[in-house]
Design a protein around this ligand. Sequence first.
Ligand SMILES: Cc1ncc(COP(=O)(O)O)c(C=O)c1O
Length: 291
Amino acid sequence: MTALVFLDSDFPAGRIADAATAQLSVLDQGVTRGDGIFESALYSRGVVRKLDAHLARMRVSASTCDLLIPHEEDWRTAIKTAVAAYDAESPSEEAVVKLVATRGTEGTGHGTSWVMVSPAPELGRKQRESGVSVIFLDRGYDSRVAERAPWLLMGAKTLSYAVNMAALRHARKLGADDVIFVSSDGIVLEGPTSTVLMAHRDGDTKRLITPTLETGILPGTTQGAIFAAAREAGWELGYGPLTPQDLLAAEGLWLVSSVRLLTPVNSIDGTAIARDAGLHAELTAMVDAIA
Ligand SMILES: Cc1ncc(COP(=O)(O)O)c(C=O)c1O
C-alpha cells in the first residue's frame, strides 16, 4: 500500500489521495522535463529518521533550482498525515517517505508537491547484510564542473535520475549490483543513489573518509549523521579527493543512504575489498542510533 498526500492550501492537514489512480497533470513539468526535486527518508519504529536534515537539504535543492516550495511546517504536517494513513492500512517494519516538489503545470505559476509513504524495498534490506559488488563508471564530467557550471544543478537532489538509473542497469547487465561514479579526471564521486564511505585503522586510530563535496556530489544526510556520531566516538574524519586506488586499499568500504543504510562493498570491478569486522560493527551501531 502507498499512502499519498498532496500539499494543498485548501487542506490544512494535506489532501489524501489514491496512489493507485491518476493524480497528476500530464503537463506537469516534473513529468515533461524532470523539473523538480525530491527527498527519500526512512520511516522506522514510528520515526521519520533525520527529517530535519532532509527538509534542510530540500530547501537547498529548491534554492539551487529557483523553485518555490511549501513551508517546512506544511511538509511536516503532510508527512504526519501520510504516515498515519500508511500505518492505518499496512504497518510494516520499514517504509520510505518520499517528498516531491515539481515546477508544476506550465503557465500556472505554482508547483505541485506531495508526500508518499510505501514499503521499503526488500532488495536494499538484503544488501545491507550481503554487501554489494560494484563497478567504477565514468560520470562523464570532471571534478571541477560544479564551480564552473552552476546550471548543471550539481549537489541538488533533482528528479532527473534517468542517468543514475541507467548506470545501475548497466552494472546489472555486467553482473554487478551497484556503481561508484568516477569523474573524467579520475576522482571518486558517489553511487547513483548513495554516498561512498571508506575506513582505515591505524593502530588505535580509526579514520573515516568520504569524497569532498567540491566535486559536486549530493551532500548525504546519512554520511553527515555517521560523521557526527563518529566524531563523538573519537574517530578521525576526512574528506577526499579520493582516487579509485584509495578505495581498493580501504579496510572497509560502504555505500550509505537513508533507506538502504550502511551497505558494505564486497568488491570493485572484481577485486575484493577488505572488511574490518570491528569497524563495520561500530558503524552499524552508529547508524542504528540515528533518529
Ligand atoms: C546521488 C546520491 N548520492 C547520495 C545519496 C545518499 O543521500 P542520503 O544519505 O541523504 O540518503 C543519495 C540518496 O538517494 C543519492 O541519490
